[in-house]
Design a protein. Sequence first.
Length: 541
Amino acid sequence: MVQMGKLTSALAEAVTSREVVQAVAAHVMPPFGADGLIVWVFESGRQHVVDSAGYTKEFLTRLDGLAVTDYPVAADVFGTCTPRFIESAAEYRRRYPALKPIPAASRKNAWAFLPMIASGKAIGMCLVSFTRQRSFSDEERTLLTALSGLVGQSLARARLYDVEHAQAQDLQRGLLPRTLPRLPAACAAARYLPAGRGQQVGGDWYDVLPLSADRVALVIGDVMGHGTPEAATMGQLRTAVRTLADLDIPPAELLSRLNDLVRELSEDSYATCLYAVFDPITRVCTLSLAGHPPPVVVHPDGTVHKPDLAADPPLGAAEPPFETHQIVLPEESLLVLYTDGLVESATRFIDQGLDRLRQVLAQHAASAFTSCDEDDDVRRLDDLCETVISALLPDHDRTNDDAALLIARVRAIGPGDVASWLLPDNPRAAKQAREHVHTQLAAWDLDELAVTTELLASELVGNVIRHAKGPIQLRLLRSRSLTCEVYDGSLSTPRIRHAAHTDEGGRGLQLIAALSKRWGTRYHHEGKCIWTEQDIPHHAA
C-alpha cells in the first residue's frame, strides 16, 4: 500500500502544482495498480487540467475548461465534497448517461473521483483510473479519500505559489524590451528565463540601442540577488543605460556612471554589466565589462571564439576607470551575450557551461548564416536562442537563478556607402562641403535630398569655423537613412539658443534641428562630431 511517509515528504518538497501531481503519480498510482491520473482545479465554475498521466492529449482537451455542470461526475464531487467510485464502464454509463462516450474514449474501466479539499471546500478533483475494471474495498476507499485531502492541501499551497510566480515573471518581463529593433548594423533575438524556483523576480536584463552613424549598442546585465528591490534596480539601470546611450559616451565612461548610480541606490547593491558598441564601417566592437562574462563570437565559417577579456569588478564595487576592449568582428558574424545563469549552476562550473555553450553554437549556429531576408534573420536567431536555452538549461523550471541570452548578427557597411573629405580650416570650407554633398548625392541617386543636405553641411561647417577649430572632416553615410557628419578638433558643446527677433545670428542649430529627423553630438579623443540624420525616400532606399 501507499507509504505515507514518502508521499508526505514528496508533497512537502513539491513547489508547483505540476510537482504535486508528479508526486501523486509516483507515490499513489503504483501501490493501487492505477495507470491513469488527472488532477483538475475548479475555477469560476469550470474545471481546468493541472497535469495528468496515462491519458492522451486529445482526450484531455475534451475535458479541459469544461463547465463543471457539463461534467456531471465533477458536479457531484464538487457539490457534495464526497468521492465517487465507479467499478466498470457499464456502471459509468448507467450512472452518467450524458457521459456515455467517455469510458471508451478514455480506455479505462474503473475510476475513483476524489475531491481535493482545502479550507473546507473543494478546490479541485483527482481522478485515479484503471484499465481493467475492479472493485474498491472499504479500506481502499478510506485510504484514497484520506490521500485526496492531503493532496488538496498541497495543491492549495502550490497554486498560491504558481500565482505569485506568474506575477513575478510578468513583472520581470515588463521591465525588459518587448521587441528588439531591427537596425542596419544588426538584428538580434533574445531570451529571458526566470528562476524556476522561488517566486521572487530576478535582475537579469538586456537591450539593443541604435546610435548615430548606424552604430549599435548591445547591453546585458545582472543585478545580484532576487526580489522586488533587485528588479527595481534593474529597471533603473536599464533606463539609465538608455539615457546615457543617447549621450553617445564610450562604454567605459557609461559603466563609470552606472557604477556611481548603483552606489547611490544602496550600499549593498551590486550588478554585472557588459556594454558594447559595434561600428559597421570599421567592424570594430568596443566594449567594457563590469564583473560580467565576456561575449562569444561565432564566425560565418562556424568557428566559435571567446575573446580573452579581463572583467573589472561589478558595478557598486568597482573603482573606475573601466578598461576598454576592442575586437574586430567578421562580416555577418554573431555576437553572443549572456548572464551567468545560462552557463553556471549548482551542478556545473562556469568553465563547463562555457564549453557547452561553445559546443552548441558550433553545432547549430550555421543555420543563422543562411537566411534570405531580415524576417528570416530574426526567425533563425530566435530558433538559435531556443536551441541554446534547451541545451544548456533543459530543467530550467528547477533552477535557482534566472538567465538571459542575447544573440546579434552584425552587418558591415560597405565603402560604397560612405564618403568623407578633409576641409580647409577657413571660410572656403562651407562652399567645398556643399560641392562634395551635391556630387556625392547625385552619385547615390539622392538628388532630392541635395538641397537640404547641402544646407545642413554648410551650417555645420560654418559653426566649426565660427566657434571651434580644425581639422575639419565631412562624412556622408548612406543606409536606411542619410547621415551627415562634421568632425572638428574642439570639445566645446553646441547648444541651441533662442535668438531674439532682432539678432542677426544664433539660429544655425535651430535650422539643423528643423531640417533633420534627429541630430546630436558625440566626442572622440581628438575632438567631437556633430551629426544629422534624414530619412531616405522609399524609392531610393
